[in-house]
Design a protein around this ligand. Structure first.
Ligand SMILES: [Zn+2]
Ligand SMILES: [Zn+2]
Length: 241
C-alpha cells in the first residue's frame, strides 16, 4: 500500500530518530542531526519530495526528537505532541536498546544499497515488518533473486527428488502435474534486522514454501517464523483427525 511521505514519516525514519534520541537525547548535537537529516533525505522513496530543502530537515529531526522526549517517562515535558506512529515505535523499541541499535544499523546500511526500483516494486501483498519498509523490501528482494532460488531448488531436488513446501508439504508437481513441475517459492528465514548488505544470501537462509504458506507468513506483522507456521498447520491437522 502506498503511503505518502508528505503526510507520514516512514517507520524506518522514526526508528532512526529514536536511535539518535537514545544516543544523544532531545538536544542532540547539530552535526548528528544534520547527518540524520541527510540519511533520511537519501531514502529512495518518492525522491521528488527531497527537492524541497525543508523535507526531513535538521529542524524536523529536532522536532521529532522533542516528540520522543514527550513520550519519555524519564523526561515527560508535557502532553505528547507526536502522532500515533511515534508512540508505536517508542513502545516497540524504547525498552530494547540492543534491538533498536541493531535495527537502526541495519536500516542505515541497507539504505545505501537500495535502488528506487527495489523500494517501489509492487510485489505480492506483504505486511510491513516491524523494522520498517527498507528492511521489508530488502527481505523481498533477497528472496526473489532468481539465481539463488534456482540454486536452492536444484539442491533440494538433488537431495530429496521433490520440491515440497517445508511448512505444509504441498507438492506442486503431484497436484498440478507438468504445470506445477519445478514451481515453488523461497522465503528468506533470517530476521530482517540481521540483513546487513555484506551478508550474501546462503542456500541455508532460504526455505522452500508454497505460495499459500508464504503469503500467510507475510500477511501480518510481525511475520511468522517457519516453526510458528508449521505449528499452526499441525494444530489444524490434529483437529481434523
Ligand atoms: Zn505450504
Ligand atoms: Zn518471505
Amino acid at each position: 500500500m502506498a503511503r505518502s511521505r508528505k503526510t507520514a514519516w516512514l517507520k524506518d525514519e522514526l526508528i532512526l530518530c529514536l536511535d539518535l534520541y537514545r544516543r544523544e537525547g532531545y538536544s542532540a548535537s547539530s552535526s548528528s542531526m544534520a547527518e540524520l537529516s541527510k540519511t533520511l533525505r537519501s531514502i529512495p522513496i518518492e525522491q521528488e519530495l527531497t527537492a524541497s530543502p525543508s523535507f526531513r530537515s535538521k529542524a524536523s529531526v529536532g522536532r521529532k526528537l522533542s516528540n520522543f522526549a514527550e513520550l519519555d517517562p524519564a523526561i515527560n515535558t508535557g502532553l505528547p505532541n507526536g502522532g500515533a506512529a511515534d508512540k508505536v515505535v517508542w513502545d516497540e523499541f524504547s525498552d530494547s536498546p540492543d534491538l533498536l541499535r541493531i535495527t537502526a544499523e541495519s536500516i542505515r546500511s541497507n539504505i545505501g544499497e537500495m535502488k528506487k526500483s527495489i523500494l517501489e516494486e509492487a510485489g505480492y501483498e506483504v505486511a510491513e515488518a516491524p523494522e520498517g519498509r527498507v528492511l521489508t523490501r530488502t527481505h523481498q528482494y533477497r528472496e526473489r533473486n532468481p539465481k539463488i532460488i534456482e540454486a536452492k531448488k536444484a539442491k533440494v531436488f538433488d537431495e530429496t527428488g521433490a520440491l515440497l513446501c517445508e511448512a505444509c508439504k504441498f507438492d506442486f508437481d503431484r497436484v498440478y502435474g507438468s504445470r506445477g513441475t519445478g514451481f515453488i517459492e523461497c522465503h528468506h528465514t533470517l530476521p530482517v534486522s540481521k540483513l546487513d548488505p555484506g551478508h550474501r544470501t546462503k542456500l541455508d537462509d532460504l526455505a522452500l514454501v508454497c505460495s499459500n504458506c508464504h503469503r500467510m507468513i507475510h500477511r501480518k506483522a510481525p511475520w511468522l517464523s517457519l516453526a510458528e507456521l508449521k505449528s499452526i498447520i499441525r494444530r489444524y491437522r490434529e483437529r481434523l483427525t
